[in-house]
Write a protein that binds this ligand. Sequence first.
Ligand code: ZN
Length: 255
Amino acid sequence: MNRDRTSRRRLLLMSSLLGTGLLGAAACGTTTPAERTATEADRRSTPKSSPRNAPARPVPDVKTTIDEVTYKVDTEDPVVFLTIDDGVTRHATMVDILEEHDLKATLFLTDQYVRQDADFFRDLRDRTGSLVENHTLDHPDLTDLPFEEQLRQIGDTSDHYQQEYGRRPTLMRPPYGEFNDDTLRAAGESGVKHVVHWTAVIDEGAIEYAAGDRLEPGDIVLMHFREAFREDVERFVEEARRSGLRPALLEDYLK
Ligand SMILES: [Zn+2]
């Protein structure tokens, strides 16, 4: 396979994006103050369990680490990918909106919200062909945590989703886009194949690009389950059309 070449290309791309300095700006814009507050409140109310006392976890197809973070898919196909994060806000109309536009999305869900309403996301998955992926147990900044805690945040989430939805996540997105080498190793040891960032953010119906002023083939777009869901989805559809790209499912390209 040409995996090595692909990896190098991705690495080069990552370097060029980081070089612009814009990617960090996009990352900062992805969390509302309300979400920060909610997450901090949740963190306070979540009992810490010692990973040493956790039962041994069966992890299929273990890979020791992940080589690098995927910001953008290396493809010449005219495709763009929609990813929707967290799961704080949930309305039945959200499924209708995705169906109206015949959209599949990659859902990076935080386990604490899945536990509030697992059936909502099951229905969304079944009606749209979307897939549920890993966004940790309760949305910490993983770089604040030692390896064992990162492993718990990622591994326990994958265990739960495998049990709940019958499929182990292959993708993981670190909260706030923050990661370190321990994150990549914890993800790999949890059976994750790709740690995924993004190249554009949609919020309140507005889009912000990591670079340039339009979507390009392979771009990964981030939005959230928020009140402005319809505006955000419609903006994604409009931007894809404007750029001559068709929405595709990320998992069909990241194997
Ligand atoms: Zn998030």
